[in-house]
Every structure is written in structure tokens, then in C-alpha cells.
Design a protein around this ligand. Sequence first.
Ligand SMILES: [Zn+2]
Length: 435
Amino acid sequence: MTKVYKAHILYTKEQSRFEVLENGYVAVDANGCVSGVATDIAALGDTKDAEVIDFGDRLLIPAMNDVHVHAPQYRNQGIAMDLELLPWLQSYTFPEEMKFADQTYAERMYRLFVHDLWRFGTMRASVFATIHTESTRRLMQLFEEAGMGALVGKVAMNRNCPEGLSESVDNMIAGYKTLMMDEGKRKMENDALPQLVRPIITPRFIPSCTPEMLCACGEIAKKYQLPVQSHLSENRDEIAMVAELEPDSSGYGDAYYRYGLFGQTPTVMAHCVWTEGEELELMKRQGVMVAHCPTSNLNIASGLAPIRTFLDAGIQVGLGSDISGGHDLNIFRMMVYAIQVSKMCYQQNHDRKFLSLSEAFWIATKSAGRFFGRVGSFEPGYEFDALVIDDSGLNHDHYSLLHRLERYIYLGDDRQIVHRFCRGKEITEPKIHIK
Ligand SMILES: [Zn+2]
């Protein structure tokens, strides 16, 4: 049955401006997709049998998408900010990820992680797990049980890491086969839309994978038509290491490309702080999305990613919390950091105009949403992923709807999110504790 939601509706069809519908209506069909959006209910067509839900003076906006986050690093959130990438991985990240061989530990941490994505209104995420197949499966089940969308990667790695985080190429392939068998079972249950939870091929990054491992990752991505996620040009020492490990490649991006991991299937690459020239052209040509992770780039001193340059080049961009290089899971706050970082870039080069609020919002919603399907907008045909914001506690004077949204983005948090929807379904609070 069609449902019609009434509220003050704000979303970004285009990056340059908000669509604002004061006391507007959005109609959602039985598949969970938007069938119309208008200020006049009569403009939605035949809605006489529809259930109308009135959210009154609240704001209705698209839900958040996080295109780069590490679930097993959730315990390290907000600590260990004193090193750059390569020593940071060895000292803090790898020891924590090794703990996910223990299913009980994984269950506890992953429940907390999924719960907190929910809390901050992130209904879709592209997530790194660890090398451990069983705990990765469990993370996928937890997303499914919650009703939230996720691409979940069993991490592939077999060099420059502790023994407990290294596995053979054969084991990696077997692990993905297990995840694909689960995927097959889910498909039989519902085939109207793509599955909300799917595996994603996840070589950690080139320094962690031998050529054989990278080759196998590219082959599985092609064979099962799975998307790919990894890290690219984050840190200068890392880039120098890749140049040494892959002397035949013309650059970091080209190295992934040669293994079939750079846009041969939908691909998102985190950071791209130092991407320019040939690598930038290759990203554009291959339609590779940038996961911009501003807090992570500040915390582990990686640099300022040139987002304006990517937007001007027509490269797709989304926002990533990158827990635990990043300390903040809240994608609204990530918009603020992205704007602030773009202002630092602007100070270095006035040709790179800083991001506007609508651009940051569009990056977090419609632009990032492309990685998950038709997600992140209220245009007809888009999956209805939405948040209802009760900003009455922040709304102490007569603000315009746009200023109310801006204040929520800068000042609000999970306490103002009163309803969350993913693909048309209201998503209730996932349970943190096991009975
Ligand atoms: Zn990362």
C-alpha cells in the first residue's frame, strides 16, 4: 500500500541547491520507492487509499550514507591519534582487528557498531570487516536483522601484517564463496530490488596484498560482479611504498587498475588526498568514487583532499567516517568537516572554491547514495531512505527551513532524529545486548 508522509521536506536533486517543500508530501510505494513528491497532495495522483502520516513541523530529509568505515576498529574510536598511517596500522589497528577471530568479541563489537550507525541516521554503509569469514558473516546478518543497507567486505591481506591477519589466497577465495552462498539464499527470498546487504571485494590496500592476492580479488569481483572498495593515495609514505612494490605501474591507481580493481566493477576508493594528474584522469574514466574522509585525514596527518578538483572533474564523491582514523561516526558532522577542510584548500589555492552547504549535503546523500543504487534523494524512483528531524530544541527563534537544517547539521545529533527509514521501512533501534 502507498504511504504518504507530510513534513517540511528538504533534499538535493542537484549539488548547487536544496529542494525545499514547506508542508510537503512524499508518496512511497509498496516496494519502498518514492512515487511522488509535491507541496500539494493532489499532485501525487490517486492517493485516496494511501495512509497519510503527518510529521507536523518536523524536517524530512534523506538518510545518511557512509561510504568508508571499518567496523572492527570501533573500539579504537577516539584514541591513538599520535602516529601517521603505516605505523598507526601496525601499532593500533592490526592488534585490534586480530581480536575478531573470536566470535563472541565480534558479536559484541559489531552489535554496538550497527546500533550506532542507526543512531546517527546512517542507513547505508560500505564497511570493512576483517579477514575472518565467520565474524564478517555475522556482521552482514546484523545489518540484515536491523533492516539497514550495507556492503560488507571480508578484508583480503597477506603481507606486511601480523601472522594473525594474514591468510592464503585460497582461504580468501573460499571465504568469499561462503559469503556468495549466503547472498544466493537471500536472493531467493526477495528479488524485487537488489539485496540490501551484499559482500564487497576488499583488498585492504596494495601494501597489504601480494600480486597473487590482488589478482584473485580482481577475478572474484569480475566473476561475481561484486563492487570493490579499498584505500588510495592517502599518505606520502604509503604512496612511496606502493611505487616500490609495483614498479611496473604508472601510479597507485594504475596498480589497482591492472588487477581489475579500479572501476571494472563499481569501485570506491578512500581518501585520494594526493590523487592528481594521470590518477585523477583514470578515476574519471573508470567512474571510481572517492570516499572523502576529512576527520581521518586530519587525525592521522594525511593531508587535505582536493574535493573541489574532483567535483570539477566530474568524479563521484561520497563521505566516509573512516572509524577509527576518523573519530566521528556522524555523517552530518562529516559534512561540516568537509566544508571546513575545503576552506583550508581554498586558502592554499583560491581557484578551489570551498564547498557550500548544499554541495556537502548532496555529497553525503545523492552522490554517495549512487554506490548503493537509487538512494539519497526523494525524486520518484529513489528508494525511500529518510530521517525525520525534530529540531524544536534547537529552534529557539524564527529560522527559515534551510537555516533550521543548517543548524541541525552543525549543532544537532542523534537526539533530534525521531524516525529512520530504509527502503520505505521504519527502522527501529537494533539491540546492543544479546539476551
Ligand atoms: Zn580506511
